[in-house]
Design a protein around this ligand. Structure first.
Ligand SMILES: [Zn+2]
Length: 429
């Protein structure tokens, strides 16, 4: 993990990440506020003492390495004489099957002294306690892949700033289903919704449990779900402070934002880092979207609603289109916030069972099933997917309030959407 030195007096995203890790390591810290004050200093020094590290109150390389397991949710244990999964299970407070699942190349009955075992910690990998970033998403994905090696990941491209666009894949069924989140920077709370789903699905699969009332083993056999949890990493990093004031990308975005003084910066930022709205980039009524947005004053790059110079001109949208074409999904969900609404149609395209499946999703979540308003009804991912494939594709506006929705809304948003995410695998045609 390539982390900067973090010390007393610092502020910002790296301090939040430090506080998050210390908290998960059991340190008494108070709230994750991104301000490295006395309380954070005491917690860090205590952590360093507990681990036999130099207790200088500065988070450097060794300290971050010791904190790493609390962010990713796993640690490596070198086997000594007498070790067994049972003993590791007792010591780390984690069920034996989860240890076995994390080590598919080891034989439980034939463990060798000196071998390294991946041990899941008794913590979920994915939480809603911390504002998201491309870094945190990558670390959590790494944790999920180590704990559940039957999850696969692959690259679908990279962002303007070169951040990875990554898909996770779980299941082995013939039906291919595609879920994505965070086309929009200030809607990053949708990223942990998808990551948490992947984690709960994987865990339930290993333990033989249900996900939202459905046996995980049956879901696993019925479908393969592909998840892009973070379509717009640069935009998310801008909104959550992972790109800091003074960074040239931050300043460039701020300059673009200055042309739209009514939109708060960076909280109102939805676009990619070049000011292109990634969900107005798809070749489905793009000219209409352009006309509507230009008439509304969105005539140049900015925080939202600028359609770009041509369809799929942004690398993030282009990667999403290619990913979708390659995988031939039977059903797609595109996660946004907010409004507690499910949009199910594009123009007058007739998609078999689309309304019915949408109504089921609405019933499961308590969200409203609605037609897309004309002014926002073009050039979106869902619009393009429906037009291209004539298969059920949905935009889900999760949660309610003003974007970015607060972290405190995460658990209720997840609870409302978990049944949709699980049933999506069975309802896909
Ligand atoms: Zn959105």
């Amino acid at each position: 993990m390539d982390m900067h030195l973090v010390r007393y007096g610092d502020e910002g995203y790296n301090v939040k990440l430090l506080q998050y890790a210390l908290k998960r390591a059991g340190m008494d810290l108070g709230s994750i506020d991104g301000i490295f004050g006395r309380r954070t200093l005491r917690a860090l020094q205590q952590f360093q003492r507990d681990r036999g590290l130099l207790s200088d109150g500065v988070a450097g390389k060794l300290t971050w390495a010791a904190l790493f397991p609390y962010i990713t949710g796993y640690t490596l244990h070198r086997l000594v004489q007498g070790d067994s999964y049972y003993l590791l299970s007792r010591r780390y407070g984690i069920p034996v099957p989860l240890i076995a699942a994390a080590n598919p190349t080891l034989e439980e009955g034939n463990l060798q002294v000196g071998e390294s075992v991946t041990v899941p910690l008794n913590l979920p990998v994915v939480t809603g306690e911390m504002p998201f970033s491309s870094l945190l998403t990558g670390l959590m994905a790494q944790g999920l892949l180590r704990r559940y090696p039957f999850i696969q990941s692959y690259s679908i491209g990279s962002s303007v700033m070169g951040r990875p666009l990554t898909a996770l894949q779980i299941g082995e069924g013939p039906k291919q289903v595609g879920y994505n989140a965070a086309h929009h920077g200030n809607e990053w709370i949708t990223t942990p919704v998808l990551l948490r789903f992947v984690e709960e699905f994987a865990r339930a699969y290993v333990l033989g449990e249900d996900v939202a009332g459905l046996p995980a083993k049956e879901l696993f056999a019925a479908a393969t779900v592909h998840v892009v949890p973070l379509v717009n990493p640069d935009g998310v990093d801008l909104v959550t402070g992972a790109i800091a004031t003074g960074d040239s990308y931050f300043e460039q975005a701020r300059a673009l934002s200055a042309y739209y003084p009514g939109i708060p910066f960076p909280e109102g930022w939805k676009a990619n880092i070049q000011g292109v709205d990634l969900n107005l980039q798809y070749p489905a009524g793009w000219d209409i979207a352009r006309r509507i947005k230009y008439a509304a004053g969105f005539t140049r790059p900015g925080p939202r609603d600028f359609v770009g110079l041509s369809p799929l001109s942004a690398p993030e949208s282009r990667a999403m289109a290619r990913w979708t074409e390659d995988r031939d999904f039977a059903l797609t969900l595109a996660y946004h916030t907010q409004g507690e609404t499910i949009y199910w149609r594009y123009e007058d395209y007739e998609v078999q069972n689309a309304r019915q499946i949408g109504a089921t999703f609405a019933g499961l979540s308590g969200y409203a099933l609605e037609d897309t308003p004309y002014a926002s009804g073009h050039a979106g991912y869902k619009d393009w997917y429906i037009q291209t494939y004539l298969r059920p594709g949905y935009t889900i506006e999760a949660g309610r309030g003003e974007n970015p929705l607060p972290l405190s809304d995460f658990e209720s948003i997840y609870a409302a959407n978990l049944p949709i995410l699980a049933q999506g695998l069975t309802l896909a045609p």
